[in-house]
Structures are given as C-alpha cells and as structure tokens.
Design a protein around this ligand. Structure first.
Ligand code: G6P
Ligand code: MG
Length: 231
C-alpha cells in the first residue's frame, strides 16, 4: 500500500480472521464535513450563534441534535425551536446532497470497495447521519454495501458502541471479526467500546486512540489489514 503508517498499537492483533469492514460515512467515504460546516455556519449566522470552522471540527461524528446542543453551549431553547433549527439545517444540507455523485467519494474509496468485494469481505456503513441512505445512494455505492445503519437504528449515539454492534449483527459477524474505519474521536471511542479493530483516519491528535492511524483510505488493501490485525 502507498499510505504512510503513522501509528499502530500492538494490542490490536487477534487470532480471529477478519470478515467485515464497517465504515463511518462523513469524513471516511466522502468529504461532507465541508457541507456540514457551511450549513451549520449559515444557520449560526441567521440565529446569531457564535460559530466558526474550528468549532465545526468538534462536531465531527456527533448527531445533528448533539451538534446543535454543543453549539448552544449550555443555552436552552424550547423543543419546538430546537426542532425548527434542526430541520432548517437539514434542509440546507439536503441542497448539497442533491449535487453529490461518485465524484464525491474520497480518494481510494472506490478501489478499496472493489478490493473488499474481490476478497469476499462483508461491508457496512454505520453513521451518525440521518441522511446516510440518501448519501450512499448519491455516491453510487449502494450495491457495494451489505448493511446501512445509523444512530437512529439504536438507543445511544456514538461514542456508545451501539451503532457498530448493530452493523456487525446485520452482517452476522462477531465484533472481533470486524474492522471499523472512523475519522472522529467519538467514533473511534465507539468502535473501541464495541471491541472491534479500529482504523483512525486523520491526525493523531484526533484519532490517535485507534489501533492503527492512517491519513486516508487511499492505497489501502484488505491484505494490509489482515497483515496488521490477524495473528
Ligand atoms: C456525521 C457528521 C456530523 C453530522 C452528523 C449528523 O457524524 O460527522 O458532522 O452532524 O453526521 O448528520 P445528519 O445528516 O443527520 O445531519
Ligand atoms: Mg465521520
């Protein structure tokens, strides 16, 4: 593989063969982070809520409601107002979603999905996003994914392990057979809590708790994961 390796924690290997790949979506398969930023910024400006790019970074992996609560920083709003803001934000975001296509897959994703298919690996997407189904469809990868889940299918959002455990169940795999790809701190925490192998994508100060940290999926092959995680 071409991707430079910045960290691996030795405790990650196991004698159980890997059989499933579970992907977070935003920031892993596609760079919707910018779309989320622009739509939150638009809402924040309209509502005079202090917000900027740096504040947006802290929202990675959080559900829409948890993101708004973080932005409000302890300020409370009536539930009807909260709902209106969440709906308005999503309406802005859906305008971006309409423009999405396979051109919005992050580098290396298409090749990696082909490699997983050829290797007979089961695949799932486990996202915090309510828009996961429409985005996967727009990206043109619905046929490559065996199970699509989000935090609305389970009781607790990330950093609880629920959505990853649910994805593994949908694939009929045990957690130790699965490797998770995540770009968010809360997602890495969730995948570790699910007792899965975890690849963190991005800087060490964000995903450094993962078993293996890579800059992206570009150049990665299933054989690389087997070499790293299987005894
Ligand atoms: C992902 C993104 C977050 C986003 C969340 C909810 O986890 O990293 O930035 O807020 O999904 O997305 P949604 O599509 O439901 O608004
Ligand atoms: Mg993400």
């Amino acid at each position: 593989m071409n991707a430079p390796l910045s960290a691996i924690r030795p405790s990650a290997t196991s004698s159980v063969p890997l059989r499933g790949a579970i992907f977070d979506m935003d920031g892993v398969l596609t760079d919707t982070i910018e779309f989320h930023y622009q739509t939150w910024q638009r809402l924040a400006d309209e509502e005079r809520i202090p917000f900027d790019r740096q504040a947006n970074e802290a929202l990675r992996g959080l559900s829409r409601r948890d993101s708004l609560l973080r932005m409000l920083d302890g300020r409370t709003l009536p539930e009807a107002k909260m709902q209106e803001l969440l709906d308005r934000k999503n309406q802005y975001f859906r305008e971006f979603v309409k423009t999405m296509s396979s051109d919005h897959l992050l580098p290396g994703v298409r090749d990696f999905l082909d490699d997983l298919r050829a290797a007979g690996v089961k695949t799932a997407v486990a996202s915090a996003s309510q828009n996961v189904y429409v985005v996967v469809e727009q990206l043109g990868i619905a046929d490559d994914i065996d199970a699509i889940t989000n935090v609305y299918c389970v009781d607790r959002p990330k950093p609880a392990p629920d959505v990853f455990l649910h994805a593994a169940e949908r694939l009929n795999l045990s957690p130790s057979e699965c490797v998770v790809f995540e770009d968010a701190e809360s997602g890495v925490e969730a995948a570790l809590a699910a007792k899965m192998h975890v690849v963190g994508l991005g800087p060490v100060d964000r995903v450094g708790a993962a078993h293996w940290v890579l800059p992206s999926l570009n150049g990665l092959r299933w054989a690389d994961l087997q070499a790293k995680f299987e005894k």
